[in-house]
Design a protein around this ligand. Structure first.
Ligand code: LLP
Length: 431
């Protein structure tokens, strides 16, 4: 029978117990209660540096934008600001948080969709770079203000991703500007007085092979060429989006970073030169790749229920805490933090506390024999975990802790019952 596999060096098996960068999972679960998200500072930094240095080996004008939506905790943003990351934001809220964490506005690129006028005003006021998603958004922006620099999101008509919901380019996609309109939007911006330009795409999320990136990049470069020829515009930056996948299932392999970097950059350098694009920065904007495997969700078993058909483990985290299994059918590795040396001998469904049948963190999962009180560690929970959590079923959101080399620090307090009524009022005629 296989035993728990630990995916990287910051997770350790000490005598059957899980340690997360030198901190006992059992100890922090007792101290801060469960469910509890743990983030590993050194793994966040390592992931960021692995990607940036792989790219810098091939080209010296590289920018890595951290896509904040994956995890918007202030501490995570602060760590990445300290790493000199740039930042991809999609809402005024993400811009606000990034500014609070110390990002300079000119390091923030806003890529929104269905953007309101007051949101545009907010972006103008704070001086962040705007990446335009539609002709409508462009017209409304230029009526208010002509920025010095502007970027446009292109739909390169090639999409990819781990689930239909996360494919963000192609025929049915709501995102980006189509090739047939692209020269027009740059022309409108140029004639309005915009001086510096970027160009952008993002094809989807959770992509483990290099091919879709290459195909879409080729298309984006051709589109940039067309703009260059027709309007004589060069580009300050070209952003090839996020989407770099991380393995979740035991049979998935990590994307080969060196292969990604060398093939993307050799294509980019040759075309950018051939098309006279003006030596732009090569940019990517990953979220998942930076934080996914730096996050662990700890959840306690409160119930073991054997039915004629199934063995259920009832835990205290449901899709209010981690929605990915319910929303995308995603697989997250699960290990038992206090039973790492025990053979995985039983098949369980891991169920949350919500009143919905879809509230399962895993189905038919082989685990050691479980008792009430055991502590499960749901791995790869650092991206789109806390940031997609909710108060559904009126459960306060959980706490987050940062660990670093044997130290730990509470970075987000657990919500209380009072948080459930914060901002609510009973209508005056009912009082
Ligand atoms: N840039 C843009 C414009 C995006 O829309 C996204 C993600 C990213 C960058 C970062 O993608 P990443 O590198 O993290 O794959 N909730 C889903 C993922 C949704 C991603 C949406 N856009 C999940 O849990 O799998």
């Amino acid at each position: 029978m296989p035993k728990a596999i630990l995916p990287h060096g910051f997770l350790e098996n000490r005598g059957g117990y899980l340690y997360i960068d030198g901190v006992s999972a059992i100890e922090i679960a007792e101290k801060f209660d469960t469910p509890l998200y743990i983030l590993i500072e050194r793994r966040i930094r390592e992931n960021f540096r692995r990607l940036k240095s792989a790219l810098l080996k091939h080209y010296n004008k590289v920018r890595v934008y951290y896509s904040a939506k994956a995890n918007t905790s202030l501490t995570v943003l602060k760590i990445l600001e300290d790493e000199e990351a740039y930042l991809d934001a999609v809402s005024p809220g993400e811009v606000f948080l990034a500014l609070k964490a110390g990002f300079q506005p000119d390091r923030i690129l806003f890529t929104g969709t269905s953007v309101r006028d007051d949101e545009l005003e907010f972006l103008i006021k704070h001086g962040v770079t705007i990446n335009i998603d539609s002709l409508s958004q462009l017209r409304r922006l230029l009526k208010m203000h002509v920025p010095e620099i502007l970027s446009f999101r292109v739909n390169p008509e090639i999409g990819a991703g781990h689930h239909e919901h996360v494919i963000t380019a192609g025929r049915n996609s709501k995102f980006g500007i189509w090739e047939k309109d692209i020269v027009d939007v740059y022309r409108i911006a140029l004639e309005a007085g915009v001086k510096r330009f970027g160009i952008h795409m993002h094809i989807g999320s959770g992509i483990l092979s290099v091919e879709p990136f290459l195909l879409a990049a080729e298309k984006l470069l051709q589109i940039a060429h067309q703009i260059r020829k027709e309007l004589n515009i060069t580009f300050e930056f070209m952003d090839f989006g996020g989407g770099l996948g991380v393995p979740y299932r035991p049979d998935e392999k990590p994307i080969d970073l060196e292969d990604f970097a060398s093939r993307m950059l050799s294509l980019f350098k040759s075309r950018a030169e051939e098309y006279g694009l003006g030596g732009p920065f090569f940019c990517v904007e990953p979220g998942r790749f930076i934080v996914c495997d730096a996050g662990i969700l700890l959840t306690r078993v409160n119930t073991v229920k054997i039915t004629p058909y199934k063995k259920f483990i009832g835990v205290d985290a449901g899709f209010n805490t981690l929605i990915r299994p319910a929303m995308y059918g995603s697989y997250h590795p699960i290990i038992v933090a206090n039973k790492l040396n025990e053979p995985e001998s039983e098949m369980y469904d891991v169920a949350g506390p919500l009143c919905e049948s879809g509230d399962l963190l895993a189905r038919d999962r082989l685990l050691p024999e479980i008792q009430e009180g055991d502590l499960l560690a749901i791995l790869n929970a650092g991206a789109y975990g806390f940031s997609m959590s909710s108060q559904y079923n009126s459960r306060p959101r959980c706490a987050e802790v940062l660990v670093k080399d044997g130290k730990y620090s509470l970075i987000r307090e657990r919500e209380t019952l009072d948080d459930l009524i914060r901002g609510q009022r009973i209508a005056d005629w009912l009082q």
